[in-house]
Design a protein around this ligand. Structure first.
Ligand SMILES: Cc1cc2nc3c(=O)[nH]c(=O)nc-3n(C[C@H](O)[C@H](O)[C@H](O)COP(=O)(O)OP(=O)(O)OC[C@H]3O[C@@H](n4cnc5c(N)ncnc54)[C@H](O)[C@@H]3O)c2cc1C
Length: 291
């Protein structure tokens, strides 16, 4: 471990500590900036070096061989503020490491509605924008007004009409998201809290939340749900080492205890070949595998 300005850059850091699968290899170097200016300094200093921006690590797996570069985790950058408000809507600015749980709590406290669908997605704002996270027919991109990004060594602001969002993808993919401004309509606090509770209960019923996972592993293709296909093939409960296809939700792989990243990747390959051989479909991964 050595000191870099006010930040500790750790070496050989086990990424299982900070990714939701709770397994995987080590990062050669790892840091959690405390302030936005620290993140920007790091990005400037490491612009020609290999780096990975990690949010909450809930869609990311590090192979057992590790990541040979710098991992920057953003979750300490979590300020939320109201930039502008009137009787109809508010513009809310969030730093990239803000969790969607905190954002939802902030919105409920300020009687801002519409974003309840995202309650329970364990994402940061940065990760949610890169993945255009969504649930129950809505997605994070629908609420964006502007995003401040770091790209090609410059900080710029891109506005909603300049950003392309589609199902689990966005044109922000090659940028570092620094801050985002969202527009939320005024609503009723009691209704918002009720809806959040309803959404969370629905997730609890549908998803294996008592085991480490990274949510759905595969993307829907032309509206076809991978979990239905995997279920129809009778693959629920299939195990490789500690990695298991969830019996509750066939789209999830869980770490049922002691899984390695290799177990998870081998189980993913098994699903891919079963689906290709028996259904003629080529599944695409939603999971980001660090490389
Ligand atoms: C139990 C569970 C339930 C889930 N349910 C859903 C769901 O309903 N809907 C859904 O869409 N997803 C769901 N997910 C998946 C996951 O939460 C989302 O993909 C989420 O957007 C990932 O956010 P994150 O902050 O954890 O990103 P990470 O996993 O940390 O990163 C994901 C990608 O974003 C990049 N990234 C992160 N922050 C930044 C930044 N500031 N700038 C640039 N790049 C960045 C990373 O480099 C990586 O490529 C679920 C996951 C779990 C574990």
């Amino acid at each position: 471990m050595h000191i870099f300005k006010n930040m500790n850059i750790l070496s050989s850091y086990p990424l299982g500590n900070v990714t939701s699968f709770k397994c995987g290899g080590r990062a050669d170097f790892y840091v959690e900036p405390n302030e936005m200016c620290e993140l920007i300094n790091l990005l400037n200093l490491h612009k020609n070096k290999k780096l990975f921006i990690l949010g909450n690590g809930t869609n990311t797996l590090c192979p057992d061989e590790g990541y040979h570069g710098l991992v920057i985790k953003t979750t300490r950058l979590n300020k939320i503020e109201i930039l502008e408000e009137n009787d109809v809507f508010s513009l809310v600015k969030c730093e990239c490491g803000t969790s969607l749980f905190d954002l939802n709590d902030f919105l409920a406290n300020n009687s801002l509605s519409g974003f309840e669908f995202s309650y329970g997605i364990p994402a940061t704002v940065g990760g949610a924008l890169i993945m255009n996270s969504g649930a129950f027919g809505d997605c994070v991109g629908n609420f964006v007004e502007s995003v401040e990004i770091f790209k090609n060594s410059e900080i710029t602001t891109v506005y909603k009409n300049q950003i392309f969002f589609d199902y689990r993808k966005s044109s922000l993919k090659d940028c570092v998201v620094l801050n985002a401004t969202f527009k939320f309509n005024k609503g009723n606090k009691v209704d918002i809290l009720k809806k959040q509770k309803f959404i969370l209960e629905k997730r609890n019923k549908l998803q294996p939340l008592n085991y480490p996972s990274a949510g759905s592993i595969f993307l829907k293709e032309n509206g076809i749900s991978p979990s239905k296909i995997i279920d129809n093939l009778g693959l629920k409960g299939t195990k490789i080492g500690g990695a298991e296809i969830s019996c509750k939700h066939a789209g999830f792989i869980i770490n049922s205890g002691g899984a390695t990243a290799t177990d998870i990747l081998n189980l993913i390959s098994l699903i891919e070949s079963e689906v290709l051989n028996k259904k003629g479909l080529k599944l695409k991964k939603e999971l980001i595998v660090m490389q």
